[in-house]
Design a protein. Structure first.
Length: 259
């Protein structure tokens, strides 16, 4: 029962993590304009992985997608790739995990096959969570570097002062989603151990003798001539001992005696 609960909980937690990764990737607030020095402004800017938006004080918002790919920074493209890889692996892990659930029976699937599928989905969830956490962390590092560079230019009194950007809500959603996917993958790997049958865990090889067990006793060795009569003979129902002649030999009836 505990194995089933662990597997189902891992599936639910991983599902929430994968959905969170999708939501985080599609959000536009990966970086938002810092309003610390200018709390009252007519224009508020924020950017995402796919487009940049401008919100006016009147409430009108205009978003413009990135029409170029080669013009974007290399780290920015790497973040995109990591988030997409994490989402793809998470979706594939969910599909595999659905068929691997112990509470769902599909044909005559054995527990060993379900255990292998559970382990595969757990590894996919772990990799998806690591990709999401890595992508969000790389983007956050870019924001921190640009923030301090903009702050240094501002204090130096440069005329062309760029807007400073800070962490957006999508970063926190991505960190939480990646952590949930990672935890769900670990739970699936732990549930895999309970799905393996006991006889397949410890495989022992048994050797059986082809004949009967023969016990040998130690004692003096007696050499026989080969012509001595048997000491014991088996007697059963319907068995009659043949009569003996004068010289001690047994006489057996011939085929003419029955005529």
């Amino acid at each position: 029962m505990s194995t089933t609960i662990c597997q189902v909980m891992g599936f639910i937690v991983s599902s929430v993590g994968v959905v969170g990764c999708i939501v985080s990737t599609s959000m536009d607030m990966w970086s938002v304009q810092d309003l610390y020095d200018n709390p009252v402004t007519a224009v508020f800017q924020y950017q995402g992985l796919w487009r940049s938006c401008v919100q006016q004080s009147s409430g009108f918002t205009e978003c413009r997608p990135y029409f170029t790919i080669l013009g974007l920074p290399a780290m920015f493209q790497a973040v995109r790739a990591l988030m997409i890889v994490g989402i793809v692996l998470g979706i594939l892990g969910l599909l595999v995990c659905i068929f691997a659930l112990k509470c769902i029976r599909i044909g005559s699937m054995e527990d060993t096959a379900k255990a292998n599928m559970t382990l595969t989905s757990g590894i996919m969830f772990i990799i998806a969570g690591l990709c999401a956490i890595t992508g969000v962390s790389v983007f956050a590092n870019m924001l921190v570097t640009n923030f301090w560079m903009s702050t240094a230019n501002m204090y130096q009194g440069m005329q062309n002062v760029q807007n400073r950007y800070t962490f957006g809500s999508a970063l926190f959603v991505g960190w939480v989603a990646g952590g949930l996917a990672l935890v769900g993958g670990i739970m699936m790997c732990l549930a895999c151990r309970g799905l393996i049958p006991e006889e397949s865990r410890y495989k022992a090889v048994s050797y059986n003798a082809s004949g009967r067990n023969i016990s040998y006793r130690t004692g003096p060795y007696k050499v026989g001539s080969g012509y001595e009569p048997e000491a014991k003979s088996r007697k059963g129902a319907g068995y009659e001992e043949a009569p003996r002649s004068e010289d001690g030999r047994r006489s057996y009836p011939s085929k003419y005696d029955y005529v």
